[in-house]
Design a protein around this ligand. Structure first.
Ligand code: HEC
Length: 101
């Protein structure tokens, strides 16, 4: 039963990613995020793995365009000018926190 629920959840979340970030690849985005140490500042600010910055009550990002924009802004923090593809990859990954549909 648990497995079926998890599987359905996976299908739903994969579907959502596909719609919002049509070119986004969450696995590639996760690698890039780790490689660039995107979480370094967020960890200093919020502790743990830094993921709390994406789920905090007063978070900045409330929809998909804002997420893509913030990824662009934060790219500057790691001296990167992301392509649309790279932004979509990272957005597809970070949508595990935001769950935009
Ligand atoms: C130099 C420090 C620093 C680095 C490195 C950094 N960030 Fe951030 N990030 C911040 C700060 C500060 C905020 C909060 C901005 C605010 O509240 O106005 C933030 C917020 C965010 C948010 C929005 C969170 C919310 O409130 O919803 C996202 C998404 C994000 N960062 C993605 C990234 C990505 C992707 C990278 C790597 C490319 C990255 N960040 C690297 C400092 C950093």
């Amino acid at each position: 039963m648990k497995f079926i629920a998890a599987f359905m959840l996976l299908c739903v979340s994969l579907g959502a990613e596909a719609d919002l970030f049509p070119q986004g690849n969450a696995t590639t985005g996760q690698k890039l995020f780790a490689q660039l140490r995107c979480d370094s500042c967020h960890m200093n600010m919020y502790g743990g793995d830094g993921g709390a910055i994406f789920t905090r009550a007063n978070r900045k990002v409330h929809n998909a365009p804002q997420l893509l924009a913030q990824i662009g802004v934060c790219g500057g923090n790691v001296d990167q000018e992301f392509s649309t593809q790279e932004k979509e990859n990272i957005a597809a990954y970070l949508n595990r926190y935001y769950n935009f549909k």
